[in-house]
Every structure is written in C-alpha cells, then in structure tokens.
Design a protein around this ligand. Sequence first.
Ligand SMILES: Nc1ncnc2c1ncn2[C@@H]1O[C@H](COP(=O)(O)OP(=O)(O)OP(=O)(O)O)[C@@H](O)[C@H]1O
Length: 254
Amino acid sequence: MKDTKVKIKSRHFNFFYGENQALHDISLEIHAKKVTAFIGPSGCGKSTFLRSINRMNDVIDSSKVNGKLEIDGINIYDPLMNVVELRKRVGMVFQKSFPFPKSIYENIAYGLKLNGGVSKDQMDHIVEESLRKSALWKEVKDRLNDSALGLSGGQQQRLCIARAIAMNPEVILMDEPCSALDPISTKKVEEFISEFKDSYTIVIVTHNMQQAARVSDYTGFFYMGRLVEFDTTKKMFHDPSKKETEDYISGKFG
Ligand SMILES: Nc1ncnc2c1ncn2[C@@H]1O[C@H](COP(=O)(O)OP(=O)(O)OP(=O)(O)O)[C@@H](O)[C@H]1O
C-alpha cells in the first residue's frame, strides 16, 4: 500500500481559531483513491483538519493557518488558489445532512446548474448515476420531483452523498457521516465507501472505531490538536507504535 500516489500532503500545518491553536504541526500524506480515517477524542482537531482540506474554515473570521497543505502538489492556501474550484474538486458530506428545500432531482442538479453547460439529458444521466452510486435510486426513482425534505434521515444523508458525487469530485470529505444514522443506513453509507473507494480519495472522521477499522486503509489518531500516529489501519489497530494510540483504540480513554 505504500506505493500509492500521494493526493494530499500537509507539512507543519497549524490552525488557529483566534488565539486558540486547534492544530499543531500536522504533517501527513493522504494516498489517492484510498480511504483515510481520522480518529480521536472529542475536540482534538479532527474536523478542523478535515475542513481545512477544502478551506471550509475560511468562513470563520478569526481563523488563521500556517504551514502547507497541498493537493496534487499545489498549496491550497496559496493566495492565488481559486477556492470555488477547490471545493468542486473536494466535496464534503456532513454529520447532519442538509438537503435544500427543493425536489430530490434539484438537490443533485443544483450545483451542476450553477456550473452551467450541462444539457437536460446529461443532467438526467448524472442525477441517476449519482443516485445509483449512493444506493438511493431504487427508493426515489418514481418521486424525483418530490421534496427532499420528505426523505428519512438515512435517505437524506445518501442524497447528500449523491449531491457531492454529482460534481465529480476527486476527494470526498466525510465528517462523522453516520453518527446520526441507524445501523441499516450506516451500512449503506459504508457500502458506498467500499464500493467506490477506487474512484475517489475519501477522508472520513469517525468516532466509531469499528467503522474506521472496517472502511479505511489508513488511520490517523489525533489527540489535543496533534497527530499522534498515522499508519495503515491494519498497523494502527493491531500493532500501534504509540502507547496513546493503543490506549485510545482499546477504549482506555476518550
Ligand atoms: N468554529 C469554531 N470557533 C472556535 N473554536 C472552535 C470552532 N470549531 C472548533 N473549535 C475548537 O477547536 C478545537 C478542535 O475542534 P474540532 O471540532 O476540530 O475537534 P474534533 O476532534 O473534530 O471534535 P469532535 O469529535 O467533538 O467533533 C476544539 O477546542 C474546539 O472547541
């Protein structure tokens, strides 16, 4: 697994909310078309790091970064970086799904329409493909014009996955995507990850150790704003190098 291409690379990356430094000196490499999980106790900076990858934290006025965060060798914090383009390449699925108060179809077509240049036939095709990939097609194919808000929580989350993949992203960031879901909906999201991991670079934050072990190829353990250990998931769960990792994975704290 060591030979795969590096998609995302951070070097001495620091992140501040005002005076509060949430990330300290994060250096890691995320492999292309692999699944990387971030684990660690609450408040240790996992989501902050995840949101840094598509500059979602930019909206927070007092936030500040230094160090490097590169995608395909380009520093995404370069002042010349086009953040709108970046977010097309790096999609995101949140803990709580927020469909737009529009139809199921429109939820997926919305971003594509903003981009322009997509015919109705192409749009129909992309909507169907995205819903098939997120395993929602069979459930909604006869009611694409109904409001997305009428879907169950699990269906809404899969709709948000479909919305993200419709933009054909290279990277998908998932911030605790299953924490509000029942076991069956969780399984469907995990199946999406397993089935399509060859198509995307997926980075997932999860509090669920079993989930990290099941779905990811690599795992990073964060603690108090620092990356304690990063390795293959196999190594992290069976033979971690650091005592803190072992203690956390075995449930001794957190
Ligand atoms: N918008 C914000 N403004 C100020 N501080 C924030 C903000 N978001 C997070 N923080 C702080 O940054 C630190 C890291 O938070 P972060 O949400 O990244 O941790 P986390 O590991 O993802 O936690 P959890 O597992 O509970 O989601 C915490 O001290 C948190 O209070």
